[in-house]
Design a protein around this ligand. Sequence first.
Ligand SMILES: O=C(O)CCC(=O)C(=O)O
Ligand SMILES: [Fe+2]
Length: 329
Amino acid sequence: MPTCPAPVRPLDATAAAELTAVAAGLLAEHGSATSPALLAALPKACAGLGHTVRQALRPVDTADGLFVLRGLTPDDSGLGPTPGHWSTAGESGALWDVVLLLVSTLMGTPIAWEGQQDGRFVHNIVPSPGHEGEQTGASSSVLLTPHTEDAFHPGRAHLLVLCCMRNHDDIATTAASIRRTALSTEDIAQLERPVVPILPDDAYERAQRFPGRPAPVPTLFDTAEGLTLRFDPAYTPLDEADAAWRQAYRRLEDELARVSVAVSLRPGDVLVVDNDIVVHGRVPFRARYDGTDRWLKRASVRVPGRRTRPEAEADEHGYGQTALEAHTS
Ligand SMILES: O=C(O)CCC(=O)C(=O)O
Ligand SMILES: [Fe+2]
């Protein structure tokens, strides 16, 4: 097994068993991973978790903004077939939805979008027939270009949490940290200017009808801890920008490609990426469509009180929809 190119945070067997047992208890009590009562119960359930689990699930603390939590052990035969589409996933792998909600709640507040995957707080990322060439989680045959998750939206997640259910063909998620890039001060200054907008992506069925065109946004933002970024070239009308900005943007793309790591998640691995520091994507692959396909579960988390974005992004209204929060805590 090749070594993991991202920092690995081990979760020992006792802590993994504790987390899984608490998730199983919540699921048994509430009947469904999408139950509003289960969502509301998350903070209390987290408060009851032991120190080892809580310590393993502290927020991202690596300089480059990502880590892989390793130690959870889904049982492949018990998972059932990989769903053919997110809309037919139902309760497939529901225990892991709850595990992911606990992990997310330990790090912040899970969020969902009304217009995406039926408002679920845990998304199923599976390749789906007819979607092979899209720039969404459901694609397969194309490179999913590095992006900030929900880049168009000022209320996007601070953390993206991807839990691997199945990945028989070792298909890699890519991750590139802005903190590892080397850009000139001139290029940084160019990209701190709001020049072009980022448009809503194809995964938002309802947000497509959001009013008007979004305003131009800066690509880079300087904070006390270093640069953060908001980047999604596939949904950015680059040809509307001036030449100097475009050249700086191209150099940013090149630098992100240079520092990109390919993380092939194993079942049970949870990849946590700081969505303000790291852009992620996926290498192309051939879907199997036989119930054994690659299958990830994804949660999005807000971390209250973060100062990683321009002030102007604090107001998320006017973007068609606002994020739903799993609980208030
Ligand atoms: O499939 C992957 O590895 C990542 C897909 C992706 O971009 C996402 O789930 O947000
Ligand atoms: Fe993504």
